[in-house]
Design a protein around this ligand. Structure first.
Ligand code: GDP
Ligand code: MG
Length: 225
């Protein structure tokens, strides 16, 4: 009984269903990476690419957030990027950034259940429900956050700023293959992103051309102990 109390002490979100699972101590838990950004920018495609690329040598699991469905988790399952037991879907039923920023308990439970059922993991990717440019993750939920935008919305997106663009640990500008089709100037996007972000890194990506998401994969590998 005493052990359970100790766990509760470093673990302050409520368990309304009386499900006292046991979160790992911080030193043993996986690196948690949040992936946010507008609907359709390529978050799920990036998660799929990263699962394929990282799971050869790292222990990877995923939590997806959708508002009313489990569509993203279903996509990952259909594409067989990870075994089913490594994927959890949180149905937020509300504005998606609430579940990643304000009331993060459903996401924390999903993470802790993954670690408890699978044993120690190296990386857990948490995909936010698609939102606008304002969604960011609580630092209590993830260690690092990636913000994904795409060039199809035009080259103005980095200039418009917002907390995702300005403060994410990594900004991914995806779908560079579409730039010529929509007349987006990648040079402008690079310059505006640098102006908004200071020293924080930005990478350009086309998941159609780079199915292993190489620059993002390398950035994550650099963070895994
Ligand atoms: N042309 C192109 N399409 C992409 C790229 N990345 C993702 N997509 C497509 O964009 C659509 C939305 O991607 P998805 O990952 O579901 O976006 P999410 O809503 O941010 O999770 C899908 O049809 C993807 O196949 C890319 O780099 N280039
Ligand atoms: Mg998605």
């Amino acid at each position: 009984m005493q052990a359970e109390h100790d766990h509760e002490a470093d673990h302050d979100h409520p368990h309304p269903h009386g499900d006292p699972h046991h979160p790992l101590p911080d030193s043993e838990r996986a690196l948690r990476i949040g992936i946010g950004g507008p609907v359709g920018s390529g978050k799920t495609a990036l998660v799929a690419a990263l699962c394929r690329a990282l799971s050869d040598d790292l222990r990877v699991a995923v939590v997806t957030n959708d508002i009313y469905t489990t569509e993203d988790a279903d996509f990952l399952l259909r594409n067989g990027v990870l075994p089913a037991e490594r994927i959890r879907a949180v149905e937020t039923g509300c504005c998606p950034h609430t579940a990643i920023r304000d009331d993060i308990s459903a996401n924390l439970d999903a993470i802790e259940e993954l670690e408890e059922s699978l044993g120690p993991l190296d990386v857990i990717l948490v995909e936010s429900g698609g939102d606008n440019l304002t969604a960011t993750f609580s630092r209590g939920l993830v260690d690092r956050q990636i913000f994904v935008v795409d060039v199809a919305g035009g080259d103005k997106v980095p200039r418009k700023g917002g907390p995702g663009v300005t403060s994410a640990d990594l900004l991914v500008i995806n779908k560079t293959d579409l730039a010529p089709l929509v007349g987006a100037d990648l040079g402008v996007m690079e310059r505006d992103a640098a102006a908004r972000r200071g020293d924080l890194p930005t990478v350009f990506l086309s998941l159609v051309e780079d199915r292993a998401a190489k620059p993002v994969q390398e950035w994550i590998r650099g963070l895994v102990p």
